[in-house]
Design a protein around this ligand. Structure first.
Ligand SMILES: Nc1ncnc2[nH]cnc12
Ligand SMILES: [Zn+2]
Length: 322
């Protein structure tokens, strides 16, 4: 039933969307041994720390502008085939710098992939630049300044991902001020590895219109009420949360309770092959395991478009496609 639904995704990390077969082909091209992070056609990790290490290893297999074009097109083609009309991709110039490609060529390669996929399938896509929390406030400010000044029309938002258990949100507030002052949309990873207080800190210090995950807000009913009152949109990734052990299983996942409390929620895949999921699978699980109706799922897609970091003309055009 969910196969025919129109979909939208606000939360997917580009390198985290690399299909293992594509990563293997890249590894062969560059003569890289993959045993430590890719075995029997699947990514290998044990916990969040080793997941981040595997993520970096996969990112290290994409080294040129055209590698990034290929990765972007591959993911967007798959998403369009699953019925998605809109995608926001989290991109990290830090990963472009790490392979010696540089931030400009990294963004240029991804832009080319977005344009090619749009021409072929009609899928609309924007980039959200991510600063990596574990690199510290100065490096996250560097990413924000890059996003604020890169003058690419497809870069429309700023986010912070990475190790949530490092540092205090307040230490990163300046990066978000830089991005907000440049007119970028603001979202932040919070309430994934850390509890409700991390969501409250994000609201107080960063004032985001959306929060990546945010699901551990469920630990504090007053905070859930605040999210609902303020209309903050949660980018919920149930498959990721269960894979990383944030919740023991889908039955324990708070998506339905958040929805019933009036919080605006959306469905997302985060790093799909790392977590053995896909956007299609997230919609299917929400329907078949969590009991959301087709109308409720369609409303989540609508919420995603309403919260998308796009100009108003694009938003109206996207809403008309639902
Ligand atoms: N789920 C996640 N949380 C924080 N940082 C990430 N980077 C890639 N996936 C992530
Ligand atoms: Zn994420």
């Amino acid at each position: 039933m969910t196969v025919s639904l129109k979909k939208a995704e606000l939360h997917c990390h580009l390198e985290g969307a690399a299909p293992p077969l594509l990563a293997l082909a890249q590894a062969r091209k560059y003569g890289v041994e993959t045993r430590d992070f890719l075995r029997d056609g699947a990514y290998v990790w044990r916990d969040f720390t080793s997941f981040l290490a595997a993520y970096d290893a996969v990112a290290g297999l994409f080294r040129t502008e055209s590698d990034y074009t290929l990765l972007t097109e591959t993911y967007l083609d798959e998403l369009a085939a699953a019925g998605a009309v809109y995608s926001e991709l989290f991109v990290s110039p830090d990963h472009g710098e790490a392979v010696g490609l540089g931030a400009d060529a990294y963004i240029a390669g991804i832009s080319r992939g977005i344009e090619a996929a749009n021409a072929r399938t009609g899928i609309e896509c924007r980039m959200v630049v991510v600063g990596l929390r574990h690199k510290g406030p100065e490096r996250v400010e560097w990413a924000a300044r890059y996003a604020a000044t890169c003058r690419n029309r497809l870069v429309t938002g700023f986010n912070m991902a990475g190790e949530e258990r490092i540092g205090r949100v307040a230490d990163y507030a300046r990066a978000f001020d830089i991005a907000r002052d440049a007119g970028l949309g603001i979202t932040i990873h919070a309430g994934e590895l850390c509890g409700a207080s991390s969501v409250r800190d994000a609201l107080d210090h960063v004032r985001p219109s959306r929060i990546g995950h945010g699901v551990r807000a469920i630990e504090d009913p007053a905070l859930v009420a605040r999210l609902a009152d303020e209309g903050v949109v949660l980018e919920v990734c149930p498959g990721s949360n269960v894979a990383l052990g944030v919740f023991p299983d889908l039955a324990a996942h708070p998506l339905r309770r958040l929805h019933e409390a009036g919080v605006r929620v959306t469905l997302n895949s985060d790093d799909p092959p790392f977590f053995h999921t896909s956007l299609q699978r997230e919609y299917a699980v929400a329907s078949e395991v969590m009991g959301f109706t087709g109308a409720e799922l369609a409303a989540m897609t609508r919420t995603a478009i309403e919260a998308a970091f796009v100009d108003e003309a694009t938003r109206v055009a996207l809403l008309s496609r639902l």
